[in-house]
Design a protein around this ligand. Structure first.
Ligand code: NAD
Length: 497
């Protein structure tokens, strides 16, 4: 929680100065084409800024700046301990500008201000710091060679990284890329979502202030897919790292094949199952976690627990507990520190979510609670947290990622059926299991085709463990030391002795 009140946040919002230009080679600049696009706040529908709309000409400039500094070695050849120092300062600056960044994030994408402060900005600073602190503690290898040979196995920065990120955790998803990419010595061109570009634009200056050489971090906002496509097809980008939808992820693989076979690392969508067995150790805790798993961040979470799989024998006891827990999640003004459900990111996303709710109803599922747009008079885009019972896994609402606060409740008879339903999806990002039987917990966790599995909790984890997906939820991993794999090439050097 923050000490500021709703009125104080509103006052700050009125006087907030917003930088809305691209950041290339250490300077803010207009897009080459001089075009701008409207950045609309989902909080109340007002225009926050007119943001530079970059295209391939800006991609060329940003990539050239990134390449130049990479080759010059101002950053790439700095000692890891030196890079660490700059990045720790960058992380500190994020925290020193915590309120400004949180306000930008909330106004831009509608999430509650308390979450922006305590989760997004705090988590972003932590992600940068974690990678920075790790980088002078990782060692390369010496191969087990014959006596007259020395085989060095070393990791080298890949070069120019294009990072394309989504709107649901704008700064945090960027930071999960920036931390390991910069720590390993790469240069970056960051492409924020057109729905939430403001924090990425702002932090470029903070990175420079922290001591990052000009050109190492460039930020190119843009409307639609133009700038992302230009980066995806660019012949001088060595790696694309992406977080966003599975549809765009696949497109980036095509771009790589059509251009220079750049490495493509993808963190994509999810439709995560949250499995509650009758022997869950604490049904109340499970119900509260199920509610938070779908309502937190308005359900705009890749790991949202959007499919609640409940053992049939406890459904009638458990579902009312979830409904009750969800009453604690109410849409409200995101600038109010007490609000825990904010606005959906824009009118388009709201229409998508409402159309899935219609599909649930027309498809035969039973609407238990929620289902409507609320607070329309605010001019913002708010939808009530919603639960559907009687869902079968074949229904559209159980198969497609809604990316809103809409929960599908599905029953199962035994562990085998639970696993079959859980895995019956194109996605494999996350899953949870609630049981007091340790063997059942382990066996179910092993059988689940997902990159993260939680037992007797939902959404646990920190920077120490890798995060990413099986199947069409992506490849590669963010967070932890494993994230460095995406930003480095392995080199074998053979020396004849
Ligand atoms: P999106 O795929 O529409 O957009 C993501 C980014 O790609 C944006 O910056 C967008 O401008 C850009 N883009 C769009 N079309 C492009 C193209 N043709 N070429 C290059 N770039 C293009 O996704 P979104 O709606 O911004 O984000 C929501 C999605 O992100 C959900 O599917 C969610 O599950 C996923 N997500 C995944 C994770 C994870 O870690 N796995 C985390 C957060 C969000």
């Amino acid at each position: 929680m923050t000490d500021l009140t709703l009125a104080q946040w509103q006052q700050r919002a009125e006087s907030l100065k917003i930088e809305s230009r691209a950041f290339i080679d250490g300077k803010y600049c207009e897009a080459v084409c001089s075009q701008r696009f409207e950045c609309i706040s989902p909080v109340d529908g007002r225009v926050l800024a007119h943001v530079s709309s970059c295209d391939s000409a800006d991609a060329d400039l940003a990539v050239a700046a990134a390449r130049r500094v990479f080759e010059a070695g101002d950053w790439s050849r700095k000692a890891p301990a030196q890079r660490k120092k700059v990045l720790i300062r960058f992380s500190e600056l994020l925290l020193e500008h915590r309120e400004e960044l949180a306000l930008l994030e909330t106004l831009d994408m509608g999430k509650p201000i308390s979450d922006s402060l305590n989760i997004d900005v705090a988590g972003s600073a932590n992600a940068i710091r974690w990678s920075a602190e790790a980088i002078d503690k990782v060692y390369d290898e010496v191969a087990p060679t014959p006596h007259d040979q020395l085989g060095l196995v070393t990791r080298e920065a890949v070069g120019v990284v294009a990072a394309i990120v989504p709107w649901n955790f704008p700064l945090m998803m960027a930071s999960w890329k920036l931390g390991p990419a910069l720590a390993t010595g790469n240069s970056i061109v960051l492409k924020p979502s057109e729905k939430s570009p403001l924090t990425a634009i702002r932090v470029a200056q903070l990175a420079l202030d922290a001591g990052l050489p000009a050109g190492v971090l460039n930020v190119v906002p843009g409307y639609g897919h133009t700038i992302g496509k230009a980066l995806g097809l660019h012949m001088d980008v060595d790696t694309v790292v992406f977080t966003g939808s599975t549809r765009t992820a696949k497109q980036l693989m095509i771009y790589a094949g059509e251009s220079n076979m750049k490495r493509v690392w993808l963190e994509a969508g999810g439709k995560s199952p949250n499995i509650v067995f009758a022997d869950a150790p604490d049904l109340k805790a499970a119900a509260e976690a199920a509610a938070s798993a779908i309502a937190f961040n308005q359900g705009e979470v890749c790991t949202a627990g959007s499919r609640l799989l409940v053992e049939g024998s406890i459904k009638n006891t458990f579902l009312p507990m979830v409904v009750d827990a969800l009453k604690g999640w109410t849409a409200g003004n995101p600038l109010d520190p007490a609000t825990n459900v904010g606005a959906l990111v824009d009118t388009q996303q709201m229409s998508t979510v409402l159309s899935y709710i219609e599909s649930g109803q027309s498809g035969g599922a039973k609407l238990v609670t929620g289902g409507k747009r609320v607070l329309e008079e605010s001019g913002g885009t708010y939808v009530e947290p919603t639960i559907f019972d009687g869902v079968t896994n074949a229904m559209k609402i159980a198969q497609e990622e809604i990316f809103g606060p809409v929960l599908s409740v599905i029953t199962f008879a035994d562990a085998e059926e639970a696993v079959r339903i859980a895995n019956d999806t194109q996605y494999g990002l996350a899953a949870a299991v609630w049981t007091r039987d340790i063997s059942k917990a382990h066996l179910t966790a092993k059988a689940l085709r997902a990159g993260s599995v939680w037992v007797n909790q939902y959404d646990g984890g920190d920077m120490t463990a890798p995060f990413g997906g099986f199947k069409q939820s992506g490849n590669g991993r963010d967070k932890s030391i494993h994230a460095f794999d995406k930003y480095t090439e392995l080199k074998a050097t053979w020396i004849k002795l």
